[in-house]
Every structure is written in C-alpha cells, then in structure tokens.
Design a protein around this ligand. Structure first.
Ligand code: FE
Length: 195
C-alpha cells in the first residue's frame, strides 16, 4: 500500500496535478491539529455551559464552529446526547463517514466490515466487546453517519466533577465516548482533589 501511494503521488506531482507542499500541509493538519482532543473540548464546553449545550442541540455545525472546528467532513454535524435512558452509538454502514474536524481520522475498526454490520445487528454485543455494559433498561440507538450528516455523541458527564474547569473535564473525554463505543473516564481516573 505504501509503495502504491508513493507511486501515485509521484505521478500526480510529475503531471502537475498536486503540489507536494499542499500535501504536506494536509498531512500536518491531520497529524497535529485535528483529532479527538477537538471533540473533547466541544463535549467539555457542553458539560460546563448549558447555553452552549442548547446551541449544540439546535445547530451543532454552527456551535462547534464557535470553537474553531469546521471544514471537510464536518459540514453537517448532529450531536446526539446520552442520557440514563438512551445510549447513542455511531457507525457508517456504507463506508467510513466520520466527523473529521472534531475526531480526526477514523480508527481502523470503525472502517471494518464487521463493525459496520454488527453495530446495527447486535449493538449490545459490540458494546460489550468495547467493555461497555449498559443497564438492560437503557435503550441503545444506532446512528448511521453518511456523506450528508456526521454524528457526534455527547456522553454523560461523569459524577463527582462539579466545579471542574473545562480543561479538566476535557481530560475525561475519550475518542470512543464520542463515537458511543466507550464511556468517559471516571472522575477518579483524573487523580487529585478537584482543582
Ligand atoms: Fe461512509
């Protein structure tokens, strides 16, 4: 695969279709600036600021752009909010649609055929394999991301985090908790007394 990509890149550059500097800028962007820490900041803000949370509900694309996260594969964002009654989980059954500006590039398992099929057919079994076991009474809703709409899960705020700063809260937000295949870290995992 490496060789094929390099051969393709060489050909495209030779023919003048792509600028190597532009490619470097794209790679740099996704390696360093775009990733799940962005989504964690969105979630932490929603936990800390009820007005932001409301804006997120009404128009997630716009609310997320307030924090400077926008662009390719994040044009039509919908945030689904976990509650004690309902747990949300995201998949792209067709391919690998994923909200790049807030989560970066999708993990390999997200793109795999078994996840794409089983997330829909047996979501609880998939969740259990990720170590997430929910109460029987909790409903699981699976959202199919597409080229049109990208979903971001807003996990429940962990207990024992009253008064925490947004930065500290963001430290509890995992990538998988924003896909719905994980939960945030418990407050105890952050260590130390409340700041
Ligand atoms: Fe897709």
């Amino acid at each position: 695969m490496d060789l094929r990509v390099r051969a393709l890149e060489t050909l495209l550059v030779q023919k003048g279709y792509v600028d190597p500097a532009a490619l470097d800028a794209l790679i740099e962007t996704y390696e360093r600036r775009v990733g799940p820490r962005n989504g964690a900041r969105v979630v932490a803000r929603a936990w800390a600021d009820p007005a932001f949370r409301e804006r997120l509900r009404l128009d997630a694309t716009r609310a997320i752009a307030e924090l400077g996260y926008q662009g390719r594969q994040g044009e039509h964002m919908v945030v689904v909010e976990n509650t004690p009654d309902t747990h949300h989980m995201v998949v792209c059954t067709l391919c690998s649609c994923y909200p790049w500006p807030v989560l970066g590039l999708p993990p390999t398992w997200y793109k795999s055929a078994p996840y794409r099929a089983r997330a829909v057919r047996e979501p609880r079994a998939v969740l259990a394999e990720f170590g997430v076991v929910l109460p029987e009474a909790t409903r699981v809703r699976v959202w199919d991301s597409t080229a049109e709409v990208r979903y971001l899960v807003l996990p429940m705020r962990p207990e024992g985090t009253d008064g925490w700063s947004e930065e500290r809260l963001a430290g509890l937000v995992t990538r998988d908790s924003m896909i719905g295949t994980g939960l945030p870290r418990p407050a105890a995992a952050a260590g130390g007394p409340p700041a």
